[in-house]
Ligand binder design. Structure first.
Ligand SMILES: [Zn+2]
Ligand SMILES: [Zn+2]
Length: 310
């Protein structure tokens, strides 16, 4: 979710709304010129995945290389930056996430009311949850009004740099990228420690894996097809994770397609953001995020299923 060590946000990235959009559109024009000079036909703005005679069925379906500013053959960025929060993410992984996952796995293994079918349903539930949750988290972290908040601000500022060099995310060291969601997962996954409901624990356990899927779905959407793992291509082809083209629409205007897992929630999210609800700059989205993050605790409290010392 982070774009560490990218160049500092440009002035246009610090402006909002239509000014920012027009600036970024202008940027795409200049990028297009450079990509055109590299004679990459797939980067033509008028081309579509299906218009490329060499496109494979997977390419056609996933829309790789549709937009000129995401020309996957762009050689200007061939290195990903190190995770600036690596040490803290590693510590959280070792000292919080792994113990929580171990506790949950042991509890679920011995739970009489949790079987294989329940674990499968919990995985689907976690998959459905992470999609809109990623959208709300994305809205919050894109919002520069949070940049001065203690803790959140540093993460938001780093996250926003992804807009400057989108393809950089595909070049980050994989192990470090894996650790990037540890803090947000620890916040929600740790709630398993005091929830009595075993299905809730199973869902929070599954959420670790769907969170990683969401993270890598975003990374794959910026990755050149020849570097993309076959598993990623299959996930995109089946719609389990979003296509390149779907996510790249977000990078055109920054006011749509905020959800970054499968993208199924974006038609709804796009209606809510700016139209039926608040715009993406509204700080009340943080409240929505907080409710989503603590929804297991809220549901547990409502149902009287919280137990701090089982
Ligand atoms: Zn964004
Ligand atoms: Zn992106």
């Amino acid at each position: 979710m982070r774009a560490p060590d990218a160049p500092a946000s440009s002035p246009q990235m610090r402006s909002r709304g239509s000014d920012r959009v027009s600036d970024r559109v202008s940027d795409r024009g200049s990028v297009r010129s450079s990509s055109e000079s590299s004679s990459d036909s797939s980067s033509s703005p008028s081309s579509s995945p299906s218009s490329s005679p060499s496109s494979s069925p997977l390419q056609k379906k996933t829309g790789a290389g549709v937009l000129p500013n995401f020309n996957h053959s762009d050689t200007s960025t061939r290195s990903g930056q190190n995770n600036p929060f690596l040490l803290s993410d590693l510590l959280v992984f070792l000292l919080v996430v792994l113990p929580v996952l171990s506790y949950s796995a042991n509890r679920l293994y011995n739970a009489p009311d949790i079987g294989v079918a329940d674990m499968f349903v919990s995985l689907i539930t976690a998959y459905l949850f992470v999609e809109p949750a990623s959208g709300v988290l994305h809205i919050v972290l894109d919002n520069e009004k949070f940049n001065d908040w203690v803790g959140l601000g540093e993460v938001a500022r780093t996250f926003q740099r992804h807009h400057d060099r989108p393809i950089e995310i595909s070049w980050r060291p994989t192990a470090q990228f894996f650790l990037e969601p540890m803090v947000p997962y620890a916040v929600i996954g740790g709630q398993a420690l005091y929830l009595k409901n075993n299905f809730a624990v199973a869902t929070l356990f599954s959420l670790f894996f769907t969170t990683e899927l969401m993270m890598f779905a975003h990374r794959w959407s910026h990755m050149a097809n020849d570097r993309k793992p076959y598993f990623a291509k299959v996930c995109q082809y089946l719609g389990v994770t979003m296509s390149d083209a779907h996510h790249h629409k977000h990078h055109q205007t920054y006011d749509c397609n905020f959800s970054i897992c499968s993208g199924w929630s974006n038609p709804v999210m796009n209606r809510l953001v700016n139209k039926l609800f608040w715009d993406e700059d509204d700080m009340r989205w943080f409240g929505v995020l907080a409710v989503l993050y603590f929804s297991p605790t809220i549901a547990g409290a409502v149902r009287g299923e919280i137990e701090f010392l089982p």
